[in-house]
Design a protein around this ligand. Sequence first.
Ligand code: SIN
Length: 329
Amino acid sequence: MTMPRVAIVSLGGTISMAKKVDAGVVPNLDAESLVTSLPELRAIAEIKTVPFRMVASSGLKFSDLLALREELDNLLKNEVDAVVVTQGTDTIEETSFLLNLTIQSDKPVVVTGAMRDPTTPGSDGQANLIAALRVAVSGFTSGLGTVVVMNDDIHHSRYVKKTHTSNPAAFSSFPLGPIGWISEDRVRIALKPATERFRITVDAGSPEKEVLLFTVSLGDSGRLLGHAGEFGYDGIILEAMGAGHVYPSILDTLEKLASIMPVVFASRTRNGEVLEKTYSFRGSESDLLKRGLISARSLDPLKARILLYLLLRSGRSKEEIRNVFNNWT
Ligand code: SIN
């Protein structure tokens, strides 16, 4: 029987941080080192190792991720049956969603990392890597989009969130749960997305865009927001209070900004859909909609920012962007 071919593509992150500098660890293990330290992996698949970046995930840029997308699509088209990406967990909820929206291939794409570095007792990197590889070779996530495997759970990138600073069970897909799990060497998928994967094609040579994420907070004047246009931002994600609420003092600024760029409001609760027509006070969700802002619906601010960035990068107009968000489920 021929073994499935899988590329393990390393970006850095805690899973690769085995070297101490001063008081803490820094990334230094590439994909080949990770695979060599865990010989069981080569009993599961024929592995190609690809050292792609060596950074903490907070240092990743959109240019890195668009280059990663291209690299993964090339590997999936020409060389392998599935890919596993290893990276830092701090931005996994953003990077995996970006891959989900941009990858052209329908073959399995699995992202994993570690909450505890390899020098720490109880480190989870090897367990996560072997679980991710098992998911990749199972083929069960073909056509489902990018998934994140952590702590023996399989999360869909559309929902996954990092919800704890250090606990190995840091990942949640609330209000849903994981779409599946790994038990011993068995991979189980219990849920599948009900809608088609939305795909965006971004030309790597297209002009860079910048999306501001602005959190609305009690007692703030919102002065900074007034300068978003002159600072050169191309779009704004407003992390509004509760169901989509802001203080009245920034309404005129928001209305003006919304006339020149997409301004999308999501909830800083990071849970639940922003409302449309329940409240009508000044600064309520219905007021924001009347003033031309766009609802992020059920997308949390971080996912909404990735979607808005990609839509801007792909050259969509404000009305086309509004349409995408309005039809989002
Ligand atoms: C990082 O995101 O690179 C650091 C933290 C982690 O990997 O868990």
